[in-house]
Design a binder for this molecule. Structure first.
Ligand SMILES: Cc1cc2nc3c(=O)[nH]c(=O)nc-3n(C[C@H](O)[C@H](O)[C@H](O)COP(=O)(O)OP(=O)(O)OC[C@H]3O[C@@H](n4cnc5c(N)ncnc54)[C@H](O)[C@@H]3O)c2cc1C
Length: 415
């Protein structure tokens, strides 16, 4: 199959729609195995390490687990990320702003080197794009959107808004939470509006972050200060404050000084005075789960399959494992000459991923309900439970293995 065909119609082994972190990782996995891949992305120009602006951190960050780090290392993206900016964290501290409950985790207790890294999404994406830029097995189609989807006996046709038509035995939706391809495939989604918006910005604090990710629960509103080291300065933090839509709007309208004061107060000045150093954005928090991840010749990955409350920083970590598992199943089938777009092959991917993703979505909902409870008995139980658990190292170790992504049978690229 000629992936470099510049005529209007072209055939590939796999077409991926959406070149975010998950789509780009999937593209690199498949292309490195020798499959011909087309990557269709709505943005005009792909981010590359050389085009990153690193003077100020960008406000969208992710807490990447060691499992994600291993996948990014397998893809050879990690070294470029380290050269750009990644901030390891060795400890986590979570407390209840409504009481005395708290829990602390450390890498030492969990028996690992780091609990994870805070990384700007642009840094991850640029490093992944560098791996697929100029790859002989990849055709990148920028500035294009999918307009129509048709089924054939051997695969799917995609029609793009630039008039191009692409055919493949497998098309993958990696086009995010509001996936257009998922809608074209008429896959239903269960939606759970969490009644919150996440406010994100970057701050510099009076006290260094000491490689610790911190989160306080303020009546069910998690406020996270995630450590960032910028050119050796370890006073920076990335903020994620999940709060009511009205309050989020009001916070975004504050002056930088007033927002810094509001953040400092809400965070009980645990890191001293807070100075806002970046732009402020807000995102509505809606948990979504696709009713099916696969159809004949079609699969969903990442936020197109599930979007999750950011309070435990799991979204892209789950999406990267989706990409690794789907790639593993598809490459195995392709290598043995089996039809890799066949629903039986794709169902193996869904079986391996749905349970893990569903469990994490349920857990986030439970956390939000538990920490949002105003009932005094529940508040007491929550505080006693948190502090009691803090003293139980074996239980904490199990929790840490979950949080660091070490769950279930991981694909080879993540081990
Ligand atoms: C405030 C906040 C904090 C978060 N923190 C964390 C965290 O700490 N850890 C974590 O793991 N996750 C976190 N997440 C979640 C994480 O950001 C997402 O899970 C992740 O970005 C999803 O990646 P994706 O590649 O699946 O989708 P996206 O990042 O949404 O990428 C989709 C891509 O598809 C393209 N596209 C869209 N529509 C089309 C179309 N029709 N045709 C072609 N291309 C299209 C887009 O341009 C984009 O490039 C957070 C989310 C929020 C909102």
């Amino acid at each position: 199959m000629n992936q470099k065909n510049d005529s209007k119609d072209a055939a590939f082994d796999v077409v991926i729609v959406g070149g975010g972190m998950v789509g780009a990782a999937l593209c690199a996995l498949l292309a490195n195995a020798g499959m011909h891949v087309a990557l269709v992305e709505a943005q005009n120009t792909p981010l590359l390490p050389a085009t990153l602006k690193l003077t100020q951190p960008t406000p969208r960050v992710s807490a990447l687990t060691p499992v994600s780090q291993r996948l990014l290392t397998w893809l050879n993206a990690w070294p470029a990320m380290v050269s750009a900016r990644v901030t390891p964290y060795h400890a986590m501290h979570v407390w209840d702003g409504e009481g005395s409950g708290e829990i602390r985790f450390s890498a030492d207790e969990a028996g690992v080197l780091v609990l994870g890294h805070i990384v700007e999404n642009d840094v991850t994406l640029a490093a992944l794009n560098a791996q697929i830029a100029g790859h002989p097995k990849v055709s990148r189609i920028n500035g294009a959107r999918v307009e129509a989807l048709q089924t054939t006996a051997t695969g799917r046709w995609l029609e793009l808004n630039n008039g191009r038509k692409l055919h493949a035995p497998l098309v993958v939706a990696a086009d995010g939470a509001r996936s257009a391809l998922r809608a074209l495939a008429e896959i239903e989604v269960s939606e759970d509006d969490m009644g919150q918006h996440a406010v994100v910005t970057t701050v510099r604090c009076e006290t260094p972050h000491a490689g610790t990710a911190r989160q306080v629960f303020l009546a069910g509103e998690p406020l996270a200060f995630l450590p960032l080291t910028v050119a050796g300065d370890d006073h920076y933090c990335s903020i994620v404050w999940s709060t009511t839509p009205d309050r989020a709007k009001a916070l975004c309208e504050l002056s930088a000084d007033a927002l810094g004061a509001a953040l400092g107060n809400a965070f009980e000045h645990r890191l001293g005075q807070v100075e806002v150093r970046g732009s402020t954005h807000r995102f509505p928090l809606v948990q979504r789960h696709a009713r099916e991840y696969v159809q004949p010749h079609l699969a969903l990955v990442g936020d197109a399959a599930h979007s999750i409350h950011p309070l435990a920083g799991q979204g892209v970590n789950l999406g990267l494992i989706d990409a690794a598992v789907l790639a593993e199943e598809v490459i195995q089938a392709w290598r043995r000459g089996a039809p890799w777009g066949d629903e039986r092959i794709l169902t193996r991917y869904e079986r391996r991923r749905r349970g893990d993703n569903a469990a994490m979505l349920g857990l986030m909902k439970g956390f939000k309900l538990l920490f949002g409870a105003q009932n005094p008995a529940l508040t007491l139980a929550r505080n006693v439970g948190m502090s009691g658990m803090n003293r139980l190292v074996p239980i904490k170790r199990v929790l840490m293995r979950q949080a660091t992504g070490e769950r279930g049978r991981l694909p080879t690229s993540c081990r």
